[in-house]
Structure formats: C-alpha cells, structure tokens
Design a protein around this ligand. Structure first.
Ligand code: GLN
Length: 494
C-alpha cells in the first residue's frame, strides 16, 4: 500500500476527504501502515487500529452525505497525557500501569466532535517532565532528523516528543500536545514542525493528567501554520468543568493565517540575547526580524527585565504544583500497586517503584519548597517573581508592542543520552530558557521552523502574543513560514 496520503498537510487531507478524492479509511490505513513501519522512532505507545478504522468508517458515511466537521475523517495522534475513554492513558508512567479512564478529556472530545480519527497514544516524558523525551517509562522517542551522513540518534525534545516525531515523520496528520514550560514549542523547534501553546484558559484542562495546573495548557503540533490554526480552533473553547477555562468566543484561527504583519510592532527583548548563545541562533533571529520587516512590521527593541529569574522560579512553582498533583498516585485507586506490610509501606513501595527518577526529583523539590518554614522563602518568593515577569510583558504590550520574536530554543536537537545533560539536570532545564516565561505569564506562544543549523537540523523561532491574541501569532508565524523557502522534510531512514 502506498503511504502517499500521509504526506498531505492536515488542511489538504480535510479538503481531499470533503472532495471525496480519497476516503478516511484509506488515509487512516495509510497512517496505520506507516506507524507499523516506524517502530524505530518509538513515537506511539498504544495504537488503536480497530477504533481508528471504526471512526474512519463513521466519518466516511458522513462525508458521503456531504456532512461532517472541520476535521472529519482526519487521523490524529494523541499525547498520552489526555484521558481517552477505555484507552491506554498513563502519562508514559509506570505508576499508571493499565489505567484506562472512564471518561474522555475535553480537548480530545472536541476533536472527535469535529470528526477527527484517533490513531493511538503518543509517547512523552513521564508526567510531561523533561525536555528530551528520555524520562518516559516506554523509552526515548527518536527524532526523525539526523545529521547528514550520521546514524546518531537525536532527541525530538520534550515533553511532547512523541507528538513532534509523529507529525514530522508522517505518522499522523497532526497531534495533541501540552506545554507547561515549553513542551509544545521546544519539540516543535527540534523537529521542524509548528507548535502553539494557546493563552492559559483557552483550552480546557479537564481530563488532562495534571502536572503543574497553573501552567499546563494544551495545544497542537502540526506540519504547517495553517494546520496548527485549524487544530487550535477545534481544541479550544469554554468548559464549565475546568474552573480556569475562560468563557470567550474562539475565533476561526485559520482565517487569520494570511492576515500578514503590516503595521504590527514586533518586540525584540534584549534579555533573550543570552551569553554564549550560538551565532547561528542569533543569525536566525535577525533573519526572522528582517522577514517580518520586509512584510511591513515595525521592529522595536524592548526589555523584559525579570527574564533571568523565570527559569529558577519555574523550577519552584512547577515542582510544587506537581508534588501536590502527583500525591494521588498511591497504589489505591489506579495503576500500579506494590503490596507492603501496612498501608504506608504500600504507598511508599508503590511510589518508589512507579515514579521514574526525574518525577521523584520533582516531587522531592516540590515537597521541600512547600514545607513549613520554606514555603515563604521559596514558593511565595517564586510567586512574586512570577507576578513581576507577567508585569514585564504587560508593560511592553501596553507600550504598543503586538508580538515578541525570540529564538525557540538555545540549540538544535541534541543526541540521545547526551553526557552533559545526563550528568547535570540543570543543563536539561536550560532548554526551556526562552519558553518558560510565556507559561509563567499565561501568554500564547508559537514555535515555527525558520532555518537550519550548520549540520542541517531544524531551528525554530518563537512568537509571544498578548493574552487571547493567538491570531496575530498565526499571521506572523505564517510570514516566517513563507519567507524561509526551505523544506522541513527529514530523510526517511527508519
Ligand atoms: N521541560 C520542562 C519541564 O521539564 C517543561 C515541560 C513541559 O512543558 N511539560 O518541566
């Protein structure tokens, strides 16, 4: 069977299905075939082939009658963090062994309501903690990109590494992902794909396994800006089941994609020019600014003075919330249970066996910073810093800036089991230096491929927007996408 249908963009897949050029069963079968032949990438940890073909058959009936939603018959991959009714949902953790929820997350339900087809569950860092997809209980995800002439495996970034790899290697037309500190944008940048974290409150968190609730937000990883816009429209919307969900109309984001940037003011924060930043990242950033300027944007130097505190504050707030959210995994209600001599022993043995080392590190840090005597020194202090970071952005937007351009990551994808990163967790944490501020401030951020490094690996730029102004991000990202003139297509080796 040909796998050509897997090479179409999500937008073209939806169009082709509506035009009856092919059926959802054909596209779905093509993706399932591609998935079967891509086990080397380790992107999927559960493939729901029967369910996918059933959903495709239902879509085909609707499409035959000229009915169906915006994603009717389009096959998607779902990050393992989203609860999918009756289907493997383990946040790529051992502690949730065998967990099949009784309910569907709002984000995935929205996609099914618009007609999408589920191919399966995607690998990720355990509980979304990581920047390389190496903390998964199911083993690392491999980036489809390699340095020319090399067979060294590279990471796809994390925590949505399975989503990014699956989209980049044609194993789904688009994928769901989540972003607490950069987990949509960093893997998108490492794989030459587009990822957007919507404004906090745009997408419901209901039914998404919680990591750090005040930072977590769902969004798509897709192959083009238009595809990301279509998925974002479907994913977002008010949900009474999430008290932080915002009751605001969701625009048709795809309609904003070709809007252009004429007359928009794009801010360039001086604090993002980090010491030791590789020259090629600096060059890419400059190039991005020139592209936006050529299309009529006004470029303005800005200052976000509290940027340097964002990463340390994030690594207080996120583990604090994680330690609280992860307290529920104790061997009683779901997943793994390791019997002990009494109930406390059972809790301890279960948590020691069920959580991997990175998750345990976060739970310990979080418990420490929330404990009596340290709460004020760490947690309260970090929350104050967070307010200042948010104010930095507010000041800049109030002064007339429409969006901010920065690099998405400090480097291109690195090798699996990188010695430096393994030896020093802080080196791994530094991957999110450009992305965490956006979560701390609750703003929307998009990563878009913009160039390649000296070894031919993808590099991305990030655009940060005003609250609920994702439309400007799609429009500006589209300008970059149109300007780079490059193909972001990995050579198939798997
Ligand atoms: N890499 C960051 C962390 O490990 C962000 C993860 C995320 O956004 N889920 O916490």
């Amino acid at each position: 069977m040909t796998t050509d249908l897997t090479r179409l963009s999500l937008a073209d897949t939806a169009k082709g299905l509506k035009a009856k050029d092919f059926t959802s069963k054909e596209v779905t079968a093509s993706y399932l075939y591609a998935i079967e032949n891509a086990t080397a990438l380790n992107a999927y940890i559960a493939v729901t082939a029967d369910q996918a073909l059933d959903m495709a058959a239902q879509s085909d009936q609707k499409l035959q009658k000229g009915e169906g939603g915006s994603l009717e018959g389009v096959p998607l991959g779902i990050k393992d963090l989203f609860a999918t009714k009756g289907v493997h949902t383990q946040a790529a953790s051992h502690i949730l062994d065998g967990f099949k929820p009784e309910y569907e997350s709002t984000v995935t339900q929205n996609l099914w309501d618009d007609g999408a087809v589920m191919l399966g569950k995607l690998n990720m860092d355990e509980f979304a903690m990581g920047s390389s997809n190496e903390t998964s209980y199911y083993g690392p995800v491999i980036n489809p990109w390699r340095v020319a002439g090399s067979n060294v495996d590279l990471v796809p970034g994390g925590s949505s590494g399975g989503s990014a790899t699956a989209v980049a290697s044609w194993l789904c037309a688009g994928a769901t992902a989540t972003d607490t500190g950069g987990s949509i944008r960093q893997p998108a940048a490492f794989t030459g794909t587009v990822g957007i974290k919507p404004t906090y409150g745009r997408a419901s968190r209901w039914g998404t396994v919680a990591f750090a609730s005040s930072l977590d937000q769902a969004g798509p990883i897709a192959r083009t800006v238009e595809d990301a816009a279509i998925m974002t429209t479907s994913i977002c919307g008010f949900d009474a089941k999430d008290s932080t969900s915002v009751d605001m109309a969701v625009p048709d984001f795809a309609a904003a994609v070709e809007r252009g940037v004429k007359g928009l003011t794009i801010g360039v924060p001086k604090e993002y020019r980090m010491d030791g930043m590789p020259a090629e990242i600096e060059k890419l950033w400059q190039q991005g600014l020139e592209w936006l300027k050529a299309e009529g944007a006004i470029i303005k130097d800005i200052s976000l003075p509290h940027t340097k505190y964002a990463l340390p504050a994030y690594y207080i707030v996120a583990p604090a919330e994680a330690s609280s959210n992860l307290a529920r995994y104790d061997g009683v209600k779901y997943g793994l249970r390791v019997p002990g001599k009494d109930i406390t022993d059972m809790y301890e043995l279960t948590r020691a066996a069920g959580f991997g080392p990175e998750v345990q590190r976060r739970v310990m840090i979080g418990t420490y910073v929330l404990s009596a005597g340290y709460y004020d020194a760490y947690y309260v202090q970090a929350q104050k810093v967070r307010t200042l970071i948010k104010k930095d952005f507010e000041d800049v937007f109030n002064a007339g800036v429409d969006a901010i351009l920065t690099p998405a990551t400090p480097s291109a994808a690195f090798g699996v089991a990188d010695q430096d990163m393994q030896a020093d967790p802080i080196k791994m944490y530094l991957n999110d230096i450009f992305t965490v501020t956006v979560n701390m401030a609750g703003l929307p951020g998009i990563a878009v491929p913009a160039g390649k490094d000296g070894q031919g690996l993808p590099l991305g730029l990030q655009l940060i927007g005003k609250p609920f102004d994702e439309e400007t991000l799609f429009a500006a990202a589209r300008v970059i996408e149109k300007s780079h003139g490059l193909e972001f297509t990995p050579n198939k080796w798997w």
